[in-house]
Design a protein around this ligand. Structure first.
Ligand SMILES: NC(=O)c1ccc[n+]([C@@H]2O[C@H](COP(=O)([O-])OP(=O)(O)OC[C@H]3O[C@@H](n4cnc5c(N)ncnc54)[C@H](O)[C@@H]3O)[C@@H](O)[C@H]2O)c1
Length: 383
């Protein structure tokens, strides 16, 4: 396949590019370094600095012999993106190129505006580039489980049949996000669904939970190929923050009651999921929605696991709940379906104590870079 990866310098984009290249596909990447710029602006640089995308691609070629094509540019620039699609004629476009931080989207007008403009324009331009230049290209769009919120009913995989006054029809499952970032993902889905049903595009929307992990077979080829590891309050996920706090001897900061439950997955399972979606594309005129996670944890359960494994490894790990900076339910019902990717062949890698131990070891090897000032919440959006 000819695979175009938009956001190829990101936490997910870079390992995805290496993974597809290793499988023998022709891989093309695009990135405008937006994440690197926001990280610099907000003092949220990753724990381990990584070479830029062109250097990463050169390094990967030298250790694997595989080529990853790199274009530096903005997906919000339609002429640029269209020219990339013309040059690559992709069979599949994996769209990661968005501003993915919920706290950043909630800082102020400027960051909210950037998130809205960037995410919607990038998605709109991907749709138009496919429609104009490569109508048989399968779009794989990364959504998030956060789009669904925490309803008091079971969450289906994207669609629900509603009976109303004796008649029934099938609709996108109701979505109600807790941040502007997550709301842009909902709007993306609505845009995609409009163009799918109007022009017969082929789209898979992967509703992904938070991803953890730093090791993949390709990243392990050379330490400089490591994915980005953010532990700050802007880009760092809860797993990354807890692991870093454990190593630094800072109490794990559970937000509020800690009952917030979400579906998580290993980075290697993200790679499997996008590869499975790519190898069995959506039909023309189909918006296929797949819930992409492998197991559920509450924040308290994650904190307890980090404490258990960290203590066994000799770290002094305490847990200290703090006032929740976010507006979210801290105790809630949560039962999302997630069987479709398993049916396609996903073989989950679970968050075992060994996997947690490996993350702690990696962070401990770079403990001199930990800046405690980056970890505590700097953005609040609770009334
Ligand atoms: N990482 C997770 O846990 C997670 C969970 C659910 C969904 N997602 C989604 O997956 C996607 C990738 O997430 P990630 O964690 O790799 O984020 P990331 O910020 O590390 O990667 C996104 C990449 O896209 C680039 N980018 C952003 N806007 C761009 C534009 N206009 N033009 C070109 N490049 C642009 C950024 O510079 C960055 O390198 C995002 O859409 C995110 O919403 C991620």
């Amino acid at each position: 396949m000819r695979v175009l990866i938009l956001g190829g310098d990101g936490y997910l984009g870079w390992p995805t590019a290496m993974h597809f290249a290793s499988q023998g596909h022709d891989v093309f990447t695009v990135d405008n370094y937006l994440r690197r710029r926001i990280a610099l602006d907000t003092n949220s640089e990753p724990l381990i600095s990584t070479p830029n995308l062109q250097e990463r691609a050169r390094l990967f070629k030298s250790v694997s012999g595989r080529t990853i094509d790199v274009s530096i540019g903005d997906c919000c620039d339609y002429d640029f993106l269209r020219s990339v699609f013309e040059r690559c004629s992709p069979d599949c476009a994996i769209h990661y190129a968005e501003q993915p931080s919920a706290p950043y989207s909630m800082c102020d007008y400027r960051t909210a505006r950037l998130t809205l403009d960037n995410n919607l324009t990038a998605t709109f331009n991907v749709i138009w580039a496919v429609k104009d230049v490569a109508p048989r290209c399968h779009i794989i769009k990364l959504g998030t489980m956060g789009e669904y919120g925490t309803p008091k009913i079971d969450i289906e995989e994207g669609w629900i049949t509603i009976e109303h006054k004796g008649r029934s029809d099938r609709f996108l499952f109701p979505r109600q996000a807790g941040s502007l970032y997550h709301t842009t993902k909902i709007l993306d889905t609505d845009l995609l669904w409009f163009y799918v049903r109007t022009y017969g595009l082929m789209v898979t929307d992967l509703m992904q939970g938070p991803v953890y992990g730093l090791r993949t077979p390709e990243a392990d080829l050379d330490p400089r190929l490591i994915p980005n590891f953010h532990y700050d309050d802007i880009f760092g996920t809860v797993v990354n923050r807890f692991v870093t706090q454990a190593v630094a001897g800072i109490p794990l900061t559970v937000y509020g009651k800690g009952g917030q439950t979400r579906g998580y997955l290993n980075l290697n399972d993200t790679l499997q999921c996008v590869a499975l979606a790519a190898s069995s594309p959506a039909e023309p005129g189909q918006l296929r929605v797949l819930n992409q996670f492998t197991e559920q944890f509450s924040v308290n359960q994650l904190a307890e696991q980090v404490q258990r494994v960290g203590t066994r490894m000799g770290f002094r790990v305490e847990i200290t709940p703090i006032d929740n900076p976010r507006k979210e339910a801290e105790e809630h019902y949560y039962n999302p379906a997630h069987s479709e990717l398993l049916k396609l062949g996903l073989k989950p890698h679970y968050l075992t104590e060994d996997v947690m131990g490996e993350m702690l070891e990696t962070v401990a090897a770079h403990r001199q870079n930990i800046d405690p000032a980056k970890i505590m919440p700097r953005v609040r959006w609770k009334n």
